[in-house]
Write a protein that binds this ligand. Structure first.
Ligand SMILES: NC(=O)c1ccc[n+]([C@@H]2O[C@H](COP(=O)([O-])OP(=O)(O)OC[C@H]3O[C@@H](n4cnc5c(N)ncnc54)[C@H](OP(=O)(O)O)[C@@H]3O)[C@@H](O)[C@H]2O)c1
Length: 264
């Protein structure tokens, strides 16, 4: 299917591709762009989509193993276009597909979040964090969200966050002052640098979803499945760890059991 591109978001993954640091699934030469919105320019018969239909698309190899959205027209597999109707401006629509899919996939597929639960969003003022907070509030959860800048707490409150937290690199104790048994779920967007502390914030049998690495730290040095805490032996709790790489129709990988090392 040929799409006339109206708008596209610029994603960190494209920046990583430009730096030459992407995984081998990125083949060159390549037109980047992992998402876009636009209208159908030409569709194969039987696709059910006619010329001029509004569509959104993202990932599934777009801009990585086949040419993507940084173009006036782009060619896509029929199966990965999502038709929609909206009167929002294209520049607004262009920001939505990857952001909404990632936030939704993290909360539902990654964390299996439910009404009444508590959610920590680490990296709360990021685009993804703010979107996840709005979705989580809509679901009926209590949201804790971090920023490194205390002056941004009001922004988080205005957008519905119940407990803004200033992140100085160690927040598990603050989280447990709010949720004494630990939070039910945590969405990690800041990277592996803070991951151990995020694990400490989560209740026994809670879930951590690792979706982003704003600090550019993606691997864990000297990872021990049984993590010690300040030289003390760890407790016996466990958390589920999900790593979300939202692809095409929100595929995810989820693995591992680690110790949350509860502070209390
Ligand atoms: N898994 C997926 O499928 C997927 C899809 C899309 C995006 N992502 C990832 O999700 C993350 C968020 O993306 P985004 O586009 O929403 O980000 P963004 O809007 O660019 O986030 C900007 C905010 O991040 C915070 N930040 C910046 N550097 C930081 C650092 N070193 N440590 C902690 N916080 C930092 C700052 O907030 P404060 O100054 O207020 O702290 C800043 O205002 C990225 O890592 C992105 O790659 C993953």
């Amino acid at each position: 299917m040929r799409i006339k591109v109206k708008a596209f978001g610029v994603n960190e993954s494209e920046v990583t591709t430009r730096k030459g640091l992407s995984d081998p699934d990125v083949t060159l030469p390549r037109v980047p762009g992992i998402e876009c919105v636009g209208v159908v320019d030409e569709a194969p018969s039987g696709s059910g989509l006619s010329s001029g239909r509004q569509v959104a698309t993202m990932m599934g190899g777009m801009g990585r193993s086949f040419d993507g959205a940084y173009a006036q027209y782009t060619l896509l597999p029929v199966g990965q276009t999502i038709p929609f109707d909206s009167e929002l401006p294209w520049e607004t629509l262009g920001a939505l597909p990857e952001m909404c899919q990632t936030a939704y996939g993290s909360l539902h597929t990654g964390l299996d979040l439910h009404r009444g639960q508590t959610l920590l969003i680490r990296g709360g003022t990021s685009t993804l964090g703010l979107t996840a907070a709005a979705m989580a509030k809509d679901l009926g959860t209590t949201v804790l969200a971090t920023t490194r800048r205390s002056e941004r707490a009001q922004l988080l409150r205005t957008l519905g966050v119940d407990h803004p937290i200033t992140d100085d690199g160690t927040i598990a104790r603050t989280v447990r002052d709010i949720c004494p048994d630990g939070d039910d779920a945590a969405l990690e967007l800041t990277g592996t640098r803070n991951l151990r502390d995020t694990l400490r914030s989560v209740r026994v049998h809670g879930t951590v979803c690792f979706t982003g690495a704003l600090s550019d730290t993606w691997t864990i040095q000297d990872f021990l499945a049984i993590v010690d805490r300040g030289g003390q032996p760890c407790g016996l709790g466990s958390v589920r760890v999900a790593a979300v790489a939202v692809a095409g129709r929100a595929g995810t990988g989820a693995c591992g059991v680690s110790n949350p090392v509860p502070d209390r």
